[in-house]
Design a protein around this ligand. Structure first.
Ligand SMILES: Cc1ncc(COP(=O)(O)O)c(C=O)c1O
Length: 370
């Protein structure tokens, strides 16, 4: 491949990857499946740069061989293991094909006639799912410290059907104090569901809200294997709540269950006692180095404790996103509420080095980029 055609290919592939989160399946035709290019630095979807643990990959391969059958037993085994490791009653745990599915079932069950209160910016699947149900959505700006503004969320609608808290928050990576989350749960309207999304909790030192999902009736905690476990493509989410709440959600899930390779991979991941601590420490080090370099160069970053953070460019980020993509570095989409802040996923050390050198090289000219 010549230098020119190679560069054109990189640019085309990079721009294609700027497409919306949900691919337009119909438009793609029946062409070959392309594997991601090795030289693209993918810091756009808060995925793990490390992928599944080696033990999980081995277990998933074994699961693939046994996939000719409906295998409920292994799913039950996984539910029991998750429950015992997290000190939960086993009937408070349900598995979904991604926590996004559990979230959508929760919205379908609790929102529609009643509104949804969420933060801004936050994980946007909440607002889009609520809008699909024609529910009113109240998007409440984060506080100056980038926490959820619980007082304003409670004041948004005293008849709300769902209040959603993402801790640590996507896209900012920032934390909301435990006391504030407890206040939201204590003061939310009667019959309102509090969803506490802990997709990124493993990267932080924040206390978990899992006990609240056992103590209270209308509290749902969500976990995922997509982030620290590196299994985004395998699709596994966990919903934790009272049996009555889980039954309400399950009615919308239609008793679907998780693919066997995924279940076996998740069991292997949970059985590796070092996985979380190792990945948390690595992420923390790479995040600190990256934000340290950006701050030294004069940029403000969010106080992130996750595998993503935001950096303030002081002007709209879209030109920088495009310029980075042309160099093969993909970063998060633009968040309308924070148009000047770029969301960056924490990749591995080499990827972040590449991001930093391209970002810093481009930044003096960023406002004049096209
Ligand atoms: C806060 C949050 N919740 C849930 C999800 C969805 O995770 P899953 O892959 O388990 O559907 C994401 C994915 O990015 C997320 O950022």
């Amino acid at each position: 491949m010549t230098a020119l055609s190679r560069r054109r290919f990189v640019t085309t592939a990079a721009l294609a990857a700027l497409a919306p989160a949900v691919p337009a399946w119909g438009a793609q035709g029946a062409g070959p499946v392309h594997s991601p290019r090795d030289d693209l630095v993918r810091l756009d979807y808060n995925e793990s740069p490390y992928g599944p643990d080696a033990s999980a990959i081995q277990a998933m391969a074994a699961g693939a061989r046994q996939s000719g059958r409906y295998e409920y037993e292994q799913q039950i085994r996984l539910g029991r293991l998750f429950a015992s490791q997290h000190q939960l009653p086993v009937d408070h745990v349900a598995l979904y094909c991604g926590s996004r599915s559990a979230l959508q079932c929760a919205l379908a069950s609790y929102a529609g006639a009643r509104s949804v209160v969420t933060a801004s910016p936050t994980y946007d699947s909440v607002a889009s799912g609520a809008q699909a149900l024609r529910a009113t959505v109240h998007e409440v700006p984060l506080t100056a410290n980038h926490a959820h503004d619980v007082g304003a969320m409670l004041a948004a609608d005293d008849q709300a059907g769902v209040m959603y808290v993402c801790n640590p928050n996507n896209p900012t990576g920032t934390l909301t104090p435990d006391a504030d989350i407890r206040r939201l749960v204590a003061e939310k309207p009667a019959g309102c569901l509090a969803i506490i999304d802990e997709a990124y909790i493993h990267f932080s030192d924040a206390p978990t809200c899992l006990p609240l999902a056992v103590e209270q009736q209308d509290v749902l905690v969500l976990r995922t294997f997509s982030k620290i476990y590196g299994m985004a493509g395998a699709r596994l989410g966990v919903a934790i709540g009272s049996p009555a709440l889980l039954a309400r959600l399950e009615a919308f899930n239609g008793h679907n269950f998780v693919p066997l390779p995924t279940v076996l991979g998740a069991i292997a991941s949970l059985e590796n006692p070092r996985l979380i601590a190792q990945r948390k420490a690595t992420n923390r080090q790479v995040l600190a180095n990256t934000m340290g370099a950006l701050r030294k160069a004069g940029f403000t970053c969010t106080d992130a404790q996750a595998n993503c953070f935001m950096v303030n460019l002081g002007h709209p980020v879209e030109p920088m996103r495009r310029a980075l993509a042309q160099r093969g570095v993909l970063v998060g989409r633009v968040f309308d509420a924070w148009p000047n802040w770029l969301r960056v996923t924490v990749g591995n050390a080499d990827q972040m080095q590449r991001f930093l050198s391209d970002f810093l090289a481009l930044s003096p000219h960023a406002s004049s980029l096209v």
